[in-house]
Design a protein around this ligand. Structure first.
Ligand code: C2E
Ligand code: CA
Ligand code: CA
Length: 690
């Protein structure tokens, strides 16, 4: 190895350090720009690393250069400058480490790590300055600053590069960068071993050569970072495209496919079924009264319920060909193995069972019921939209009844469905335009032989079809989910009538209002009733709420506490159509109501059916025993009236006494009562202990 003279060696060093300094400062500016533009934290740290490295290299270039001009003066101030250069270098290593951890773990290191890194760098610099000989020569004998520089940077960079290699993905960019760090670190360790083992001449060569090598490696790292950025930008774009594609075909909330995806898949299923002689069954599963679920537990809770339903459908025992959410609360399943109608119905019933298991949402437990509508290929059509439409029609039918059922599409259902679709805007308009009116049917008290109240019964004054009875429009109101709106309207109107009576007569005869199931189950019913009392300044005992037995029983626990609250507020509660449900007598004891209303069917059968007389007698006796009053409805003849009175019935309502009538006639009725010196019966007479 030729002897490297001092001047050449210093010239190479000056050149290499100057180039590195320019490189590093330029690189720092570039990284800072990338950091601002791409918002990657690790770029920020590495920009600082370059800013820190730069001055260190300037100092080294300056020291080497000045040693060429005035060799003897160099040592007098070099140790101070070397100390600063080393501090800068340790700081740079700290920044590289912080940036690497940021990139590897994809999050900014905690603040205390940053402080530790800065502290260690500073302490390293101070130690180098005070205790270590700044020269490198004769390094084998005493540890000096140069020795420490190569050792610390070598070990740190190798460790950092190994961490990055392991943690960062397979891209070329990260590999090039970690490879670059590794090369510098490894090179520093080699230089260290050269310092230890080879003669001074070789050390001079190694030191000069390594400085030049640094430039090449730093250039490689710059290229690596640029490739890395481009790669990660591309990955982000690819991920965004994939996400968009996913959302295009999937439901973002539940992860199952969406309607579009199902529509495009059905033709493939049909093709498969056609060539394998199979039948395709499309089942639409609709959650019953999902609006009420949402109102009760909030939209987020509702989302949880939908997710759980999707999960149960996906894990269903008979793996469907597809599970899809086609609208808010409707899921679709496709099966290809169901041959007979009975198999289909069994499977649908099993599905209903699966969904009826309680769902936990937060601290609440929910029981949902689902209706199922079914359409099949080839029987009902061979196009996606046709099959889905027919299944939707069947589902509408399935959800009609209080207890949702399983319905297979049949001819003729279409007309009913399109009628329903046409009805919606008409009904909404009727509500807005106040086309509904309340008729009042008087009720008669046997003991006091006088009027004891009214039942409010709704009528629709249709602009073309004249006066319509509830049977002609209530089913549509129910199916369209407008029951609570209609009931609110009735409650407000009944309250307004009571308020006007208070003004007009100074007295009020109670009015009974029918509550639909959704209204009774509405989570804000209590608040609504409270508001009603305040808005119209009426007394709660003037309003009686009629709920049917099945509605009161359907959710016994909640139902019971709602009734209890309403009773505590002072409202009268009566069980309508009593005797037609399943559980009447058994549960009568536990319901905190104050009145039962014996169904019309018992009354009309009275004369023919002795059995009914016995049952009626038992009902009335039991009710009285429990402190509840009994009213019979639908009394049309003198005989019926006499018989019921004999059986101990307290009140009656029916055409025999009076049909439902317009408000003005009801008021005339009241006026006659007042003229006959009859007053409303005191509430105590109604609200017997419960
Ligand atoms: P409901 O609660 O059982 O009401 C009694 C029904 O029997 C009324 O029919 C009434 O007009 C009728 N009625 C009264 N006396 C006699 C009688 O002596 N003989 C016969 N055959 N019928 C009699 P309407 O008004 O057609 O109401 C039918 C059903 O519609 C009601 O049955 C109730 O379930 C529902 N409904 C009526 N108005 C409302 C309302 O404002 N809100 C709600 N949610 N439902 C209502
Ligand atoms: Ca009623
Ligand atoms: Ca009734």
């Amino acid at each position: 190895m030729p002897q490297l003279d001092l001047m050449t060696s210093l010239a190479i060093e000056t050149f290499a350090h100057s180039i590195q300094a320019v490189f590093l400062l330029g690189f720092a500016a570039l990284l800072m720009y990338y950091h601002k533009y791409y918002q990657r934290d690790y770029l920020g740290y590495w920009a600082f690393a370059c800013f820190a490295f730069g001055p260190g290299e300037i100092i080294r270039a300056f020291l080497a250069g000045s040693a060429m001009v005035v060799p003897e003066s160099a040592l007098s101030w070099s140790s101070g400058l070397q100390g600063i250069a080393l501090t800068c270098q340790y700081l740079a290593i700290s920044f590289i480490a912080l940036g690497a951890s940021c990139a590897a773990f994809n999050k900014k290191p905690q603040n205390y790590w940053q402080y530790i890194a800065y502290g260690v760098s500073l302490v390293g610099g101070i130690i180098s300055y005070f205790w270590l000989d700044p020269t490198i020569s004769d390094a084998g004998n005493t540890p000096n600053a140069g020795f420490m520089r190569f050792l610390v940077t070598g070990v740190a960079l190798v460790a950092i590069s190994l961490l990055m290699w392991r943690k960062l993905g397979s891209g070329i960019g990260p590999k090039l960068v970690s490879g670059g760090f590794f090369s510098i670190g490894f090179k520093n360790l080699i230089v260290l071993s050269v310092i230890f083992s080879l003669p001074g001449n070789a050390v001079d060569w190694a030191l000069s050569f390594q400085a030049l090598l640094n430039i090449i490696i730093i250039a490689a790292i710059i290229v690596g970072i640029i490739i890395w950025l481009l790669e990660s930008e591309r990955n982000t774009a690819v991920r965004a495209i994939q996400r968009a594609e996913y959302l295009h075909t999937h439901d973002a909330l539940t992860g199952v496919s969406n309607r579009d995806q199902l529509v495009s898949k059905i033709p493939l299923f049909i093709e498969y079924c056609r060539s394998n002689n199979r039948q395709l069954t499309i089942m639409l599963v609709g959650v019953s009264r999902f609006k009420v679920v949402n109102e009760n537990i909030g939209i987020r809770g509702g989302d949880q319920v939908l997710k759980e339903i999707a999960r149960r459908l996906q894990n269903f025992r008979k793996q469907p060909l597809a599970v899809s959410r086609i609208s808010g609360d409707v899921f679709a399943l496709a099966f290809d193995h169901l041959k007979s109608r009975s198999l289909i119905k069994d499977l649908a019933a099993e599905l209903q069972d699966t969904l009826s298991n309680p769902i936990e949402v937060g601290d609440k437990t929910l029981n949902i019921a689902a209706g199922i509508g079914i359409a099949r290929y080839p029987q009902h059509g061979s196009r996606s939209e046709v099959l889905l439409n027919k299944a939707t029609i069947a589902l509408t039918q399935a959800k009609q009844s209080h207890q949702p059922s399983v319905t297979v599409y049949e001819r003729g259902m279409d007309e009913m469905y399109s009628y329903l679709v046409d009805m919606e805007p008409i009904l909404r308009r009727a509500m807005q335009e106040n086309e509904f009116t309340l008729y009042l049917q008087p009720q008669f008290d046997f003991d006091h032989q006088q009027l004891c109240g009214f039942e409010a019964l709704i009528r629709w004054q249709h602009p073309k079809r004249g006066l319509l009875s509830p049977a002609e429009f209530l089913p549509y109101i129910e199916q369209l989910g407008l029951s609570t709106e209609l009931d609110d309207w009735v409650l407000n109107n009944a309250a307004a009538i009571l308020a006007s009576w208070k003004q007009k007569f100074g007295l009020c005869w109670p009015i009974a209002v029918n509550l639909s199931a959704p209204q009774f189950q509405h989570f804000q019913l209590i608040e609504k009733m409270q508001q009603l009392l305040e808005d119209y300044e009426i007394s709660p005992e003037w309003l009686e709420l009629e709920i049917t037995e099945n509605v009161a029983m359907s959710d016994l626990h909640n139902g019971m506490s709602v009734i209890q609250r309403l009773r505590e507020m002072g409202f009268g509660i009566s069980i309508d159509d009593f005797g037609t449900g399943h559980s009447s007598l058994a549960y009568l004891r536990s319901l905190p109501i104050n009145k039962i209303k014996i169904d019309r069917s018992f009354v009309s059968e009275l004369q023919q059916n002795n059995n009914d007389v016995t049952i009626l007698k038992a009902m009335i006796r039991l009710s009285h025993g429990l402190g509840k009053r009994v009213i019979a409805e639908g009394i049309e003849t003198q005989e019926q009236q006499d018989m019921l009175q004999k059986l101990g019935c307290d009140m009656m309502q029916g055409y025999f006494y009076s049909p439902p009538m317009r408000l003005q006639f009801a008021e005339q009725f009241i006026e006659r009562q007042i003229q006959g010196d009859k007053k409303p019966l005191p509430p105590g007479e109604f609200a017997t202990a419960f």
